[in-house]
Design a protein around this ligand. Structure first.
Ligand code: MV4
Length: 502
């Protein structure tokens, strides 16, 4: 049945996703090869892989992004396939081609599909052809300011200018009125040129207060294309997602079927193979609009795995080996609810600045229906050269309320000492009544952040008062008869200094 045997995979990535791929390989009896920069000698993926090879200096442009080095290591190590993870070269058609040219199976879509979906206007033309709902706007990049002005008048204001080769919010501009158009076009073109080496931009009508909901698809080499339902990804800050979940609190079975069918039709028309994601905006009236296709495994893939029971990395490897999926849409069932929190090495109360450094204490949350996908361990030093994502905490519950309760418990258990992380702000978001009610859009975090920061200020004041009282007591004066009981804190040990709350 297997037409391209995969026995050894080079993992062209680092951090938690490299660990995730190595684990899937090990479960399939596939050997794994890690690569690492000089900053990643002690990284977890290096410790976990069967073999590991150095690929150069810390900057990714001199290591994880150098196609020739990765292909050379794969060949030298005797790998027969390459998994790109997400980020770095995952959506680089030239990398997929270089792998193929070297006789390596690229664990991802065909280069032509990567290239086609990289151009957002090409993806829009496919969606238009299929009659998939889409935000009104241009199907080609705008050629001139004069053309842009004429089209903008048809679309109406406010509107969005987007980079044709962009994605993830880079090179994007909101234009509220015609007088702003020219300057915004210039800025968007400059930004797009600098970021993507292509200054082409297109126009779309602005959708206010949207939700970001995406559909996971799987496609094999034998014509089976199916969807695994949606992920709700609206809880984000500056296009960095913080919390994702599946199912979305606003999507019912009928809407899931319609969005899933639209996603599968786009995948088929694009000649898509392997795992992919079709992004939609959803307006407050629950109308969905096609946005773009991500031709990679996503950070938030675990929530889909938790509700469908399907191991997406295993399926990616089987598809790459030219095996048929072996099941159909009717076999996909969704059970319960899953939530993922991204734990980043950032200080949410200090301007969200990166917080690299040594993790002197680490106790991850565990227990029933709790999953942790991490690249960290106690004693590990988080390098300053890469994305700040340290770990993902994923929980499952029989329903959304149970999943929220479980995430609340898991976040209270999680301890990271030595560096700042996003854990406290994640706990506050999960505790928010609007989050529990499912009442939020992509604007949610910007709206509630000031309150979160002042909460921190209040806790700081409490901590200062407590410190003063403790000192008063140490000097022999009586204050409180008993220490106050732990509330949110799931640990009551407190014997080791390092485990006490900061
Ligand atoms: C939009 C939009 C409103 N109207 N397009 C941002 C990332 C990129 N993939 C698409 N994005 C948006 N496109 C139209 N026509 C609002 C956003 C947007 C957004 C989308 C998803 C998640 C978070 C977001 C935050 C701000 C704006």
């Amino acid at each position: 049945m297997t037409m391209r045997a995969i026995t050894k995979v080079l993992v062209a990535n680092r951090g938690e996703i490299a660990v995730r791929v190595i684990r899937a390989c090990r479960e399939q009896g596939i050997a794994s090869v890690a690569v690492f920069s000089e900053a990643d000698r002690e990284a977890l993926h290096v410790l976990m892989a069967d073999e590991a090879y150095p690929i150069g200096p810390p900057p990714a442009t001199e290591s994880y992004l150098v196609i020739d080095k990765l292909v050379a290591v794969a060949k030298a190590a005797g790998a027969d396939a390459v998994h790109p993870g997400y980020g770095f070269l995952a959506e680089n058609a030239a990398f997929a081609e270089a792998c193929a040219a070297a006789g390596l199976v690229f664990v991802g879509p065909p280069p032509a599909a990567i290239r086609a979906m990289g151009d957002k206007t090409a993806a829009r033309r496919i969606a238009r052809e299929l009659g998939v709902p889409m935000v009104p706007g241009t199907l080609e990049p705008v050629a001139s300011d004069a053309e842009a002005r004429a089209i903008a008048r048809e679309i109406g204001f406010p509107l969005m200018i987007k980079a044709a080769m962009g994605g993830g919010g880079k090179g994007m501009r909101l234009v509220r009125q015609e007088s702003e158009l020219e300057a915004a076009l210039r800025m968007a073109r400059n930004e797009a040129g600098a970021a993507f080496g292509d200054s082409a931009v297109y126009l779309e009508r602005y959708v206010a207060e949207p939700r970001h909901i995406e559909v996971q698809i799987l496609a094999d080499r034998h014509g089976t294309v199916l969807h695994l339902g949606e992920r709700e990804c609206s809880i984000q800050r500056r296009h960095q997602k913080l919390i994702e979940e599946s199912p979305s609190p606003v999507v019912d079975a009928a809407m899931r079927a319609r969005m899933g069918e639209a996603a599968c039709r786009i995948a088929r028309a694009a000649g898509y193979v392997n795992a992919g994601t079709v992004e939609f905006l959803v307006d407050p009236e629950k109308n969905f609009y096609f946005l773009e296709v991500n031709t990679r495994l996503q950070v938030e893939h675990p929530v889909t795995e938790m509700v469908t029971g399907i191991d997406l990395v295993r399926e990616q490897l089987r598809i790459a080996a030219e095996e048929p999926l072996g099941y159909s849409q009717a076999d996909i069932a969704w059970r319960g609810a899953a939530i993922e929190c991204r734990i980043n090495a950032e200080d949410p109360f200090g301007g969200w600045l990166p917080s690299p450094g040594t993790i002197t204490g680490l106790r991850a949350a565990t227990g029933p229906w709790v999953r942790e996908d991490s690249g960290a361990y106690e004693g590990y030093t988080v390098p300053r050269f890469y994305d700040t994502l340290l770990a993902k905490l994923i929980v499952w519950g029989a329903d959304r309320g149970a999943a929220i309760d479980r995430m609340t418990r898991a976040l209270a258990e999680y301890r990271i000492v030595g560096i700042r992380t996003t854990i406290p702000v994640l706990a506050q978001i999960v505790a928010h009544e609007d989050f529990r009610a499912g009442r939020f859009s992509t604007q949610f975090l910007d709206r509630i952040m000031p309150a979160l920061t002042s909460e921190r200020g209040r806790l700081r004041s409490v901590a200062v008062i407590a410190a003063v009282l403790a000192e008063y007591e140490r000097l022999g004066h009586r204050t409180l008869p008993e220490p106050p009981p732990a509330t949110q804190d799931a640990w009551r040990l407190g014997h080791r200094r390092g485990w006490r709350r900061a």
